[in-house]
Ligand binder design. Structure first.
Ligand SMILES: [Zn+2]
Length: 409
Protein backbone atom coordinates (compact mmCIF):
# COMPACT_ATOMS: atom_id res chain seq x y z
CA UNK A 1 0.00 0.00 0.00
CA UNK A 2 2.76 2.40 1.00
CA UNK A 3 4.65 1.49 -2.13
CA UNK A 4 1.56 2.13 -4.24
CA UNK A 5 1.06 5.49 -2.54
CA UNK A 6 4.66 6.48 -3.09
CA UNK A 7 4.44 5.48 -6.73
CA UNK A 8 1.22 7.46 -7.15
CA UNK A 9 2.81 10.45 -5.41
CA UNK A 10 5.91 10.24 -7.59
CA UNK A 11 3.78 10.05 -10.73
CA UNK A 12 1.72 13.07 -9.66
CA UNK A 13 4.79 15.11 -8.78
CA UNK A 14 6.45 14.05 -11.99
CA UNK A 15 3.45 15.15 -14.01
CA UNK A 16 3.36 18.48 -12.18
CA UNK A 17 7.04 19.07 -12.77
CA UNK A 18 6.64 18.16 -16.43
CA UNK A 19 3.75 20.61 -16.71
CA UNK A 20 5.77 23.34 -15.02
CA UNK A 21 8.69 22.60 -17.29
CA UNK A 22 6.78 23.24 -20.48
CA UNK A 23 7.70 26.91 -20.66
CA UNK A 24 8.34 28.99 -23.74
CA UNK A 25 8.95 32.65 -24.59
CA UNK A 26 8.07 34.35 -27.88
CA UNK A 27 10.65 36.37 -29.82
CA UNK A 28 10.31 38.37 -33.05
CA UNK A 29 13.28 39.11 -35.28
CA UNK A 30 14.17 41.71 -37.90
CA UNK A 31 12.15 44.66 -36.65
CA UNK A 32 11.64 46.95 -38.63
CA UNK A 33 10.97 44.17 -41.14
CA UNK A 34 10.02 44.73 -44.80
CA UNK A 35 6.35 44.87 -45.74
CA UNK A 36 4.37 41.73 -46.59
CA UNK A 37 1.25 41.21 -48.69
CA UNK A 38 -1.50 41.25 -46.07
CA UNK A 39 -1.06 44.41 -44.02
CA UNK A 40 0.65 47.77 -43.91
CA UNK A 41 3.62 47.81 -41.54
CA UNK A 42 1.62 49.86 -39.03
CA UNK A 43 -1.38 47.53 -39.21
CA UNK A 44 0.90 44.55 -38.75
CA UNK A 45 2.41 46.03 -35.58
CA UNK A 46 -1.05 46.88 -34.23
CA UNK A 47 -2.16 43.28 -34.85
CA UNK A 48 0.90 41.81 -33.15
CA UNK A 49 0.45 44.04 -30.10
CA UNK A 50 -3.28 43.27 -29.92
CA UNK A 51 -2.71 39.52 -30.29
CA UNK A 52 -0.14 39.48 -27.49
CA UNK A 53 -2.34 41.61 -25.26
CA UNK A 54 -5.53 39.61 -25.87
CA UNK A 55 -3.65 36.35 -25.27
CA UNK A 56 -2.20 37.86 -22.06
CA UNK A 57 1.38 37.35 -23.18
CA UNK A 58 3.08 39.61 -20.69
CA UNK A 59 6.41 40.14 -22.44
CA UNK A 60 7.81 39.14 -25.80
CA UNK A 61 11.20 40.20 -27.17
CA UNK A 62 11.85 42.01 -30.45
CA UNK A 63 15.34 41.70 -31.92
CA UNK A 64 16.04 44.88 -33.85
CA UNK A 65 18.07 46.05 -36.83
CA UNK A 66 18.19 49.81 -36.18
CA UNK A 67 20.18 50.35 -39.39
CA UNK A 68 17.01 49.53 -41.35
CA UNK A 69 14.99 52.33 -39.74
CA UNK A 70 15.96 54.87 -42.40
CA UNK A 71 14.29 52.77 -45.09
CA UNK A 72 11.23 51.83 -43.02
CA UNK A 73 9.26 54.98 -42.14
CA UNK A 74 7.35 54.68 -38.87
CA UNK A 75 9.67 51.98 -37.59
CA UNK A 76 10.73 53.92 -34.52
CA UNK A 77 7.13 54.59 -33.53
CA UNK A 78 6.27 50.90 -33.96
CA UNK A 79 9.21 49.88 -31.75
CA UNK A 80 8.12 52.43 -29.12
CA UNK A 81 4.61 50.93 -29.29
CA UNK A 82 5.97 47.43 -28.65
CA UNK A 83 7.86 48.72 -25.62
CA UNK A 84 4.88 50.71 -24.35
CA UNK A 85 2.86 47.46 -24.50
CA UNK A 86 5.37 45.82 -22.10
CA UNK A 87 7.66 44.07 -24.55
CA UNK A 88 11.43 44.29 -24.67
CA UNK A 89 13.95 45.01 -27.42
CA UNK A 90 17.42 43.67 -28.10
CA UNK A 91 20.31 43.59 -30.55
CA UNK A 92 20.25 41.76 -33.90
CA UNK A 93 23.10 43.85 -35.42
CA UNK A 94 22.30 47.18 -37.00
CA UNK A 95 22.18 45.95 -40.60
CA UNK A 96 21.50 42.22 -40.28
CA UNK A 97 25.04 41.15 -41.16
CA UNK A 98 25.71 37.47 -41.72
CA UNK A 99 28.81 36.35 -39.87
CA UNK A 100 30.06 33.97 -42.58
CA UNK A 101 30.21 36.88 -45.07
CA UNK A 102 31.57 39.51 -42.69
CA UNK A 103 34.96 40.17 -41.09
CA UNK A 104 34.85 39.83 -37.32
CA UNK A 105 35.78 43.50 -36.86
CA UNK A 106 33.03 44.73 -39.22
CA UNK A 107 30.56 42.40 -37.55
CA UNK A 108 31.46 43.72 -34.10
CA UNK A 109 31.06 47.28 -35.42
CA UNK A 110 27.56 46.34 -36.60
CA UNK A 111 26.75 44.97 -33.12
CA UNK A 112 28.06 48.19 -31.58
CA UNK A 113 26.02 50.37 -33.93
CA UNK A 114 22.84 48.57 -32.83
CA UNK A 115 23.92 48.75 -29.16
CA UNK A 116 24.44 52.51 -29.46
CA UNK A 117 20.86 52.92 -30.70
CA UNK A 118 19.44 50.55 -28.07
CA UNK A 119 21.40 51.87 -25.08
CA UNK A 120 19.32 55.03 -24.78
CA UNK A 121 15.97 53.32 -25.36
CA UNK A 122 13.44 52.04 -22.85
CA UNK A 123 12.87 48.30 -22.78
CA UNK A 124 16.37 47.43 -24.02
CA UNK A 125 17.93 44.15 -22.91
CA UNK A 126 21.59 43.06 -23.15
CA UNK A 127 20.84 40.18 -25.51
CA UNK A 128 22.35 39.61 -28.93
CA UNK A 129 20.77 37.38 -31.55
CA UNK A 130 22.92 36.24 -34.46
CA UNK A 131 21.26 37.04 -37.82
CA UNK A 132 20.49 33.78 -39.67
CA UNK A 133 21.46 32.14 -36.35
CA UNK A 134 24.93 32.06 -37.94
CA UNK A 135 27.50 31.90 -35.14
CA UNK A 136 30.47 31.54 -37.46
CA UNK A 137 29.78 28.24 -39.17
CA UNK A 138 33.05 26.32 -39.53
CA UNK A 139 35.23 29.31 -38.60
CA UNK A 140 35.97 28.73 -34.91
CA UNK A 141 38.36 31.70 -34.68
CA UNK A 142 35.62 34.02 -35.86
CA UNK A 143 33.08 32.35 -33.57
CA UNK A 144 35.37 32.82 -30.57
CA UNK A 145 36.17 36.43 -31.52
CA UNK A 146 32.46 37.26 -31.48
CA UNK A 147 31.86 35.32 -28.26
CA UNK A 148 34.69 37.30 -26.63
CA UNK A 149 33.34 40.60 -28.00
CA UNK A 150 29.87 39.84 -26.63
CA UNK A 151 31.30 38.97 -23.21
CA UNK A 152 33.37 42.20 -23.14
CA UNK A 153 30.23 44.18 -23.83
CA UNK A 154 28.11 42.35 -21.25
CA UNK A 155 25.87 40.95 -24.01
CA UNK A 156 24.52 37.41 -23.77
CA UNK A 157 23.63 35.21 -26.70
CA UNK A 158 19.92 35.67 -27.43
CA UNK A 159 19.74 32.10 -28.66
CA UNK A 160 16.61 30.29 -29.83
CA UNK A 161 15.74 26.76 -28.79
CA UNK A 162 12.89 26.25 -31.26
CA UNK A 163 12.87 27.13 -34.97
CA UNK A 164 10.13 26.14 -37.42
CA UNK A 165 11.23 28.49 -40.26
CA UNK A 166 8.29 30.87 -39.73
CA UNK A 167 9.94 33.32 -42.18
CA UNK A 168 9.71 30.73 -44.96
CA UNK A 169 5.90 30.51 -44.91
CA UNK A 170 5.54 34.29 -44.95
CA UNK A 171 7.90 34.43 -47.95
CA UNK A 172 5.97 31.68 -49.74
CA UNK A 173 2.75 33.62 -49.13
CA UNK A 174 4.28 36.78 -50.65
CA UNK A 175 5.75 34.95 -53.64
CA UNK A 176 2.50 33.13 -54.43
CA UNK A 177 0.38 36.25 -53.98
CA UNK A 178 2.62 38.35 -56.22
CA UNK A 179 2.49 35.61 -58.87
CA UNK A 180 -1.31 35.82 -58.81
CA UNK A 181 -1.73 32.41 -57.16
CA UNK A 182 -4.55 32.51 -54.66
CA UNK A 183 -3.47 31.36 -51.20
CA UNK A 184 -5.94 29.76 -48.81
CA UNK A 185 -5.03 31.69 -45.67
CA UNK A 186 -6.93 29.40 -43.32
CA UNK A 187 -5.10 26.37 -44.70
CA UNK A 188 -1.77 28.23 -44.52
CA UNK A 189 -2.43 29.24 -40.93
CA UNK A 190 -3.22 25.61 -40.03
CA UNK A 191 0.03 24.46 -41.68
CA UNK A 192 2.00 27.20 -39.90
CA UNK A 193 0.59 26.30 -36.49
CA UNK A 194 0.97 22.56 -37.02
CA UNK A 195 4.65 23.09 -37.98
CA UNK A 196 5.30 25.20 -34.91
CA UNK A 197 3.66 22.76 -32.50
CA UNK A 198 5.58 19.87 -34.10
CA UNK A 199 8.83 21.85 -33.84
CA UNK A 200 8.26 22.76 -30.18
CA UNK A 201 7.66 19.10 -29.33
CA UNK A 202 10.66 18.02 -31.41
CA UNK A 203 13.12 20.48 -29.85
CA UNK A 204 11.85 19.85 -26.34
CA UNK A 205 12.38 16.09 -26.77
CA UNK A 206 15.85 16.79 -28.23
CA UNK A 207 16.71 19.11 -25.31
CA UNK A 208 15.55 16.53 -22.78
CA UNK A 209 17.82 13.92 -24.36
CA UNK A 210 20.78 16.31 -24.57
CA UNK A 211 20.40 18.13 -21.24
CA UNK A 212 18.39 15.70 -19.17
CA UNK A 213 15.82 18.42 -18.59
CA UNK A 214 13.31 20.62 -20.37
CA UNK A 215 14.81 24.13 -20.52
CA UNK A 216 12.90 27.40 -20.67
CA UNK A 217 12.37 27.53 -24.43
CA UNK A 218 12.74 30.48 -26.79
CA UNK A 219 10.66 30.40 -29.98
CA UNK A 220 11.96 32.13 -33.11
CA UNK A 221 9.40 34.20 -34.99
CA UNK A 222 9.73 37.25 -37.22
CA UNK A 223 7.84 40.54 -37.44
CA UNK A 224 5.90 39.26 -40.46
CA UNK A 225 2.36 39.45 -41.80
CA UNK A 226 1.79 35.72 -41.44
CA UNK A 227 2.96 35.79 -37.82
CA UNK A 228 0.58 38.71 -37.18
CA UNK A 229 -2.25 36.69 -38.77
CA UNK A 230 -1.50 33.41 -36.98
CA UNK A 231 -0.38 34.69 -33.57
CA UNK A 232 -3.71 34.41 -31.66
CA UNK A 233 -4.21 30.81 -32.84
CA UNK A 234 -0.53 29.95 -32.33
CA UNK A 235 -0.60 31.04 -28.69
CA UNK A 236 -3.86 29.14 -28.15
CA UNK A 237 -2.37 26.02 -29.78
CA UNK A 238 0.76 26.22 -27.59
CA UNK A 239 -1.37 26.47 -24.47
CA UNK A 240 -3.60 23.62 -25.60
CA UNK A 241 -0.39 21.57 -25.95
CA UNK A 242 0.43 22.29 -22.32
CA UNK A 243 2.86 25.18 -22.75
CA UNK A 244 3.05 28.18 -20.47
CA UNK A 245 4.08 31.37 -22.23
CA UNK A 246 6.80 32.96 -20.13
CA UNK A 247 8.56 36.30 -20.42
CA UNK A 248 11.77 36.60 -22.41
CA UNK A 249 13.39 37.77 -19.15
CA UNK A 250 12.47 34.45 -17.53
CA UNK A 251 13.62 32.45 -20.55
CA UNK A 252 17.07 34.05 -20.57
CA UNK A 253 17.47 33.35 -16.85
CA UNK A 254 17.85 29.67 -17.81
CA UNK A 255 21.22 27.95 -17.31
CA UNK A 256 21.33 27.53 -21.10
CA UNK A 257 22.82 31.03 -21.21
CA UNK A 258 26.03 29.52 -19.79
CA UNK A 259 26.38 27.07 -22.68
CA UNK A 260 29.09 27.66 -25.28
CA UNK A 261 28.64 24.60 -27.50
CA UNK A 262 31.79 23.58 -29.35
CA UNK A 263 30.58 21.94 -32.55
CA UNK A 264 32.12 21.55 -36.01
CA UNK A 265 29.59 23.95 -37.55
CA UNK A 266 28.12 26.68 -35.43
CA UNK A 267 24.72 27.70 -36.73
CA UNK A 268 21.09 27.15 -35.80
CA UNK A 269 19.23 26.56 -32.56
CA UNK A 270 21.24 26.15 -29.38
CA UNK A 271 19.29 22.93 -28.87
CA UNK A 272 20.77 21.28 -31.94
CA UNK A 273 24.27 22.55 -31.18
CA UNK A 274 24.15 21.10 -27.66
CA UNK A 275 22.68 17.83 -28.95
CA UNK A 276 25.51 17.62 -31.49
CA UNK A 277 28.15 18.43 -28.88
CA UNK A 278 26.75 15.72 -26.61
CA UNK A 279 26.90 13.12 -29.36
CA UNK A 280 23.24 12.71 -30.27
CA UNK A 281 22.84 11.42 -33.82
CA UNK A 282 21.61 13.57 -36.72
CA UNK A 283 19.15 14.81 -37.75
CA UNK A 284 19.02 17.30 -34.89
CA UNK A 285 16.63 19.75 -36.51
CA UNK A 286 12.93 19.77 -37.22
CA UNK A 287 12.25 18.17 -40.61
CA UNK A 288 10.33 21.07 -42.20
CA UNK A 289 13.29 23.39 -41.67
CA UNK A 290 14.31 21.74 -44.93
CA UNK A 291 12.48 24.35 -46.97
CA UNK A 292 11.96 21.95 -49.88
CA UNK A 293 9.71 19.94 -47.59
CA UNK A 294 8.05 23.10 -46.31
CA UNK A 295 7.45 24.31 -49.89
CA UNK A 296 5.86 20.98 -50.81
CA UNK A 297 3.52 21.27 -47.82
CA UNK A 298 2.73 24.88 -48.75
CA UNK A 299 1.96 23.97 -52.37
CA UNK A 300 -0.17 20.97 -51.47
CA UNK A 301 -2.13 22.59 -48.69
CA UNK A 302 -2.19 26.37 -49.07
CA UNK A 303 -2.20 26.57 -52.86
CA UNK A 304 -3.85 23.26 -53.68
CA UNK A 305 -6.89 23.97 -51.56
CA UNK A 306 -7.30 27.40 -53.07
CA UNK A 307 -7.48 26.11 -56.63
CA UNK A 308 -11.20 26.70 -56.90
CA UNK A 309 -10.97 30.36 -55.84
CA UNK A 310 -10.86 33.14 -58.42
CA UNK A 311 -8.07 35.66 -57.60
CA UNK A 312 -9.16 38.86 -55.86
CA UNK A 313 -8.26 41.14 -58.77
CA UNK A 314 -11.14 39.72 -60.85
CA UNK A 315 -13.79 39.86 -58.13
CA UNK A 316 -16.72 42.28 -58.31
CA UNK A 317 -19.41 43.29 -60.77
CA UNK A 318 -18.58 43.95 -64.43
CA UNK A 319 -20.72 45.17 -67.34
CA UNK A 320 -20.07 46.15 -70.94
CA UNK A 321 -19.24 49.76 -71.77
CA UNK A 322 -22.85 50.84 -72.33
CA UNK A 323 -24.34 48.59 -69.62
CA UNK A 324 -26.22 49.94 -66.61
CA UNK A 325 -24.63 47.48 -64.15
CA UNK A 326 -28.17 46.63 -62.92
CA UNK A 327 -29.01 42.89 -62.55
CA UNK A 328 -31.23 43.03 -65.68
CA UNK A 329 -28.34 44.25 -67.88
CA UNK A 330 -27.74 41.27 -70.15
CA UNK A 331 -23.92 41.32 -70.28
CA UNK A 332 -23.45 41.94 -66.57
CA UNK A 333 -21.17 39.49 -64.71
CA UNK A 334 -20.78 39.24 -60.95
CA UNK A 335 -17.57 37.42 -60.03
CA UNK A 336 -17.26 35.95 -56.56
CA UNK A 337 -14.34 33.77 -55.33
CA UNK A 338 -16.05 30.51 -56.26
CA UNK A 339 -18.87 31.48 -58.62
CA UNK A 340 -19.75 33.75 -61.53
CA UNK A 341 -23.32 35.00 -61.97
CA UNK A 342 -24.46 35.95 -65.49
CA UNK A 343 -27.74 37.46 -66.71
CA UNK A 344 -29.80 34.26 -66.52
CA UNK A 345 -27.32 31.65 -65.32
CA UNK A 346 -24.78 30.98 -62.60
CA UNK A 347 -21.52 29.04 -62.83
CA UNK A 348 -19.83 27.37 -59.86
CA UNK A 349 -16.04 27.43 -60.20
CA UNK A 350 -14.80 23.83 -60.23
CA UNK A 351 -11.20 24.65 -61.17
CA UNK A 352 -9.16 27.83 -61.45
CA UNK A 353 -5.83 27.86 -63.32
CA UNK A 354 -3.40 30.62 -64.10
CA UNK A 355 -2.30 31.04 -67.69
CA UNK A 356 0.32 33.75 -67.83
CA UNK A 357 -1.43 36.96 -66.76
CA UNK A 358 -4.85 35.38 -67.35
CA UNK A 359 -6.90 33.03 -65.28
CA UNK A 360 -8.94 30.14 -66.64
CA UNK A 361 -12.06 29.18 -64.71
CA UNK A 362 -13.94 25.92 -65.27
CA UNK A 363 -17.60 26.49 -64.49
CA UNK A 364 -20.44 24.11 -63.72
CA UNK A 365 -23.23 26.20 -65.24
CA UNK A 366 -26.89 26.20 -64.26
CA UNK A 367 -29.55 28.36 -65.94
CA UNK A 368 -32.95 28.29 -67.57
CA UNK A 369 -33.49 24.70 -66.45
CA UNK A 370 -30.26 23.37 -67.96
CA UNK A 371 -26.78 22.50 -66.71
CA UNK A 372 -23.56 22.48 -68.73
CA UNK A 373 -19.78 22.82 -68.41
CA UNK A 374 -17.97 25.90 -69.60
CA UNK A 375 -14.36 27.02 -69.46
CA UNK A 376 -13.84 30.78 -69.37
CA UNK A 377 -10.67 32.80 -69.84
CA UNK A 378 -10.53 36.07 -67.85
CA UNK A 379 -7.97 38.75 -68.81
CA UNK A 380 -7.52 42.18 -67.26
CA UNK A 381 -6.32 44.94 -69.59
CA UNK A 382 -5.29 48.40 -68.41
CA UNK A 383 -5.36 49.93 -64.94
CA UNK A 384 -7.60 51.97 -62.65
CA UNK A 385 -10.72 53.40 -64.28
CA UNK A 386 -9.40 52.33 -67.67
CA UNK A 387 -9.18 48.68 -66.65
CA UNK A 388 -11.34 46.29 -68.72
CA UNK A 389 -12.20 42.63 -68.25
CA UNK A 390 -11.92 40.55 -71.42
CA UNK A 391 -13.52 37.12 -71.49
CA UNK A 392 -13.29 34.36 -74.04
CA UNK A 393 -13.95 30.65 -74.41
CA UNK A 394 -10.89 28.99 -72.88
CA UNK A 395 -11.37 25.82 -74.91
CA UNK A 396 -10.61 27.92 -78.05
CA UNK A 397 -7.40 29.84 -78.85
CA UNK A 398 -7.25 33.21 -77.12
CA UNK A 399 -9.35 35.76 -79.03
CA UNK A 400 -10.08 39.45 -78.65
CA UNK A 401 -13.22 40.30 -76.70
CA UNK A 402 -15.22 42.83 -78.73
CA UNK A 403 -17.33 43.76 -75.73
CA UNK A 404 -14.89 44.12 -72.83
CA UNK A 405 -16.44 44.95 -69.50
CA UNK A 406 -15.89 47.89 -67.17
CA UNK A 407 -15.92 47.51 -63.41
CA UNK A 408 -19.23 48.65 -61.86
CA UNK A 409 -19.10 50.90 -58.78
ZN1 LIG B 1 17.16 38.12 -38.63
Amino acid sequence: MLRWLLTALALTLGAQLAAQDKRIALTFDDTPRHAGVLYSEDERAIRIIAALSEAEVEQAAFFLNPGKLAERPGGEARIAAYVAAGHVIANHTSNHSQLRDTDASDYIADIDAAAKWLDVRKGARAWFRFPYLDEGGRDKAKRDAIRAALAERGLINGYVTVDASDWFYDGALSTATRAGKPVDLEALKALFIESHIEAVRYYDALAQRALGRSPAHVLLLHESDLVALALPDLVAALRADGWTIITADDAYADALTDERPDVPFSQGTITEMIAWERGLPAPRWYARNDTKLAQAEFDARAIGKASSAIPARYLGVWDYEGGTCAPESDLRMAIRPRAITFYESVGKATDVRLDGEDVIVDLAMDGEGETWEQSLRLSLVGNGNEQRLHTSDASEPKTKDDLPRKRCQ
